[in-house]
Write a protein that binds this ligand. Structure first.
Ligand SMILES: [Zn+2]
Length: 429
């Protein structure tokens, strides 16, 4: 019985795709660009209302002023005994840049030659619209879900802000999670990213005129330029990066993907002084089987060993500040990594759901970028990235997505939600 309702609904997606694109047009029209961010309130209210109309209990709560998360739940009819599912997506979109380079207005949906154009069509209002439409069709048809269905619409993903992290800190949990971020309907895990600040600080500030006495024989002043000492640490970071490149690897990543980028340097105060402070902002990529704590610890250990071998740095070792909850507020971010658990029942169910609609198995692999999925996986929830849209179009001028792919994605998710949320946690129907 349920199977025939589901295939009927999947047929409905084709016939009612005008509604899907009308919904996408409404989401695109909210200019939720980040940075500058703090502009998602109206969009999130709209989404919250949509979920309420479809039987969800919702909460809208502030992460930053003007940037609330929406967390929602549709309680299952036998929620204690049946599998629950978390759907996650971000409402913010990448910067538009010079909008005169866009052929179409970025915040107005344009459908042309089988593609939907507008900021966020690929990353990831297309995914959000598709999930919302799937939920609507299931609700309208009165399809029973025995397990809980959770929906999190978050802020801040584009600016490394802790929208999804804040959801996890609130304690929401589920038996499986799908992050509908841009993956062209491949099932993906990801490597991780952490940013950090390495700071060298001299306890004394010397005038430029003291330099001769600091660097020449018999000068008698034990001082140093923080900039010159940082150069030594930068060389050390390159050595560690090369060491990682030859000693670490992970299937699905080109060798050497685990980079340490010296992205920003700030130091010195004026040409009349010896630089007494220098800070280096680094971006570190690591593999799915590593966590950010251990990677940060490796870097600290390596740089402190270099400092031990330098008479001045030994007494004035570098200090470290890792990560942060926002690139905008704190100049720091963390995206934890995510491994794919190919043995997990949820992943197998999603593969089957994809295959039923598409006729072929989904591609499985590793995202070349990072998403919020790492925070959900880190909270102990089996998680995958699986969403419509292509990364080549995300963040790009004239961003677009394939209309048929969006329709297909809705179909897969209708089948998958109805299947998974009606499975017993014991593994029987
Ligand atoms: Zn995204």
């Amino acid at each position: 019985m349920r199977d025939s309702i589901i295939s009927h609904l999947q047929q409905q997606v084709e016939e009612r795709q005008g509604e899907l694109f009308a919904l996408l047009a409404e989401l695109i029209a909210f200019p939720t660009v980040s940075p500058p961010a703090r502009n998602t309130l109206e969009a999130q209210r709209f989404l919250e209302e949509y979920l309420r109309a479809n039987g969800f209990e919702t909460e809208l709560w502030e992460v930053y002023p003007g940037d609330p998360n929406v967390t929602a739940i549709k309680r299952g009819t036998q929620r204690e005994t049946h599998q629950s599912l978390l759907l996650n997506g971000h409402m913010d979109v990448a910067e538009v840049g010079d909008s005169s380079e866009w052929h179409e207005a970025p915040f107005q949906l344009t459908l042309k030659d089988g593609r939907a154009y507008g900021r966020g069509t690929s990353d990831m209002k297309g995914g959000l619209a598709a999930l919302l439409f799937a939920v609507k069709l299931l609700t309208e048809a009165g399809v029973e879900l025995r397990g809980d269905l959770l929906f999190h619409s978050v802020i801040g993903e584009e600016a490394g802000e802790a929208g999804t992290r804040a959801c996890m800190e609130r304690g929401y949990t589920a038996d499986f999670a799908v992050v509908a971020d841009t993956s062209a309907m491949a099932i993906q895990g990801q490597g991780g990213v952490i940013t950090g600040w390495v700071t060298i600080q001299s306890p004394v500030t010397y005038h430029d005129g003291m330099r001769a006495r600091m660097i020449h024989a018999g000068g008698g002043i034990q001082g140093a330029s923080a900039i010159e000492k940082m150069a030594k640490l930068i060389t050390g970071l390159q050595e560690l990066e090369r060491h990682w490149a030859v000693t670490k690897s992970y299937p699905g990543f080109p060798a050497g993907s685990n980079t340490i980028n010296p992205a920003v340097i700030e130091g010195g105060r004026h040409a009349a002084f010896i630089a007494d402070k220098c800070a280096l902002w680094i971006t570190v990529h690591f593999y799915p089987n590593e966590d950010y704590e251990s990677v940060a610890a490796e870097i600290e250990e390596h740089l402190l060993a270099i400092a031990q071998a330098d008479p001045w740095l030994r007494n004035n070792p570098p200090t470290f500040r890792w990560g942060g909850r926002s690139m905008i507020e704190e100049r720091g971010e963390i995206f934890p990594s995510l491994e794919l658990d190919t043995e997990s029942e949820g992943l197998k169910a999603l593969i089957a759901g994809h295959q039923r609609v598409m006729g072929t198995e989904p591609q499985m692999g590793m995202s070349p970028t990072v998403t919020d999925a790492g925070w959900i996986g880190r909270a102990g929830i089996k998680t995958v990235i699986y969403g419509p849209g292509e990364l080549a179009h995300a963040h790009a001028v004239n961003e677009s997505t394939d209309m048929k792919e969006l329709v297909d994605y809705v179909k897969v998710m209708i089948g998958f939600i109805a299947d998974w949320c009606n499975r017993s946690k014991q593994g029987d129907e």
